[in-house]
Design a protein around this ligand. Structure first.
Ligand SMILES: [Zn+2]
Length: 129
């Protein structure tokens, strides 16, 4: 005849075994990874001075363009390129579609040109004095 305490311990042990099994499954199952995911190369992510988690792999992320509101997809490959080749910040994400990104780049180039023009002008005036 088992005491109530022993029985409770057995139940507890069984429950522990079960959680151990499930967590092991969750860790080792690569099958749950999306088909079109791309493995992350952590050696290429070291520029991110972060103690937070870095992704094990990238998956396509749907997003809405900030400027024109069109539905876009930031693909896993583009993310890998951005984080590992361009060394983009791990916390930065795509916010604009290709078209608006181009426009934004042009706007920046234009702004820089205006800024430089202004500097040259100022400089020229100083020289003229
Ligand atoms: Zn757009």
């Amino acid at each position: 005849m088992k005491s109530g305490k022993q029985r409770r311990l057995e139940i507890k042990q069984k429950r522990l075994d079960r959680t151990k099994k499930t967590s092991q499954q969750a860790c080792s199952s690569k099958a749950s990874r999306p088909l079109n995911s791309v493995d992350a190369n952590h050696g290429e992510l070291e520029h991110n001075n972060t103690y937070g988690p870095v992704p094990l792999f990238y998956v396509d992320i749907p997003f809405e363009c900030r400027d024109c509101g069109s539905d876009e997809l930031w693909t896993a490959k583009q993310q890998k390129w951005w984080y590992e080749v361009v060394k983009g910040d791990i916390n930065s994400v795509a916010i604009r579609c290709k078209k608006c990104r181009k426009l934004e780049q042009q706007r920046k180039v234009e702004a820089r040109k205006v800024h430089l023009d202004g500097l040259t002008k100022k400089h020229g005036e100083q020289v003229g004095l």
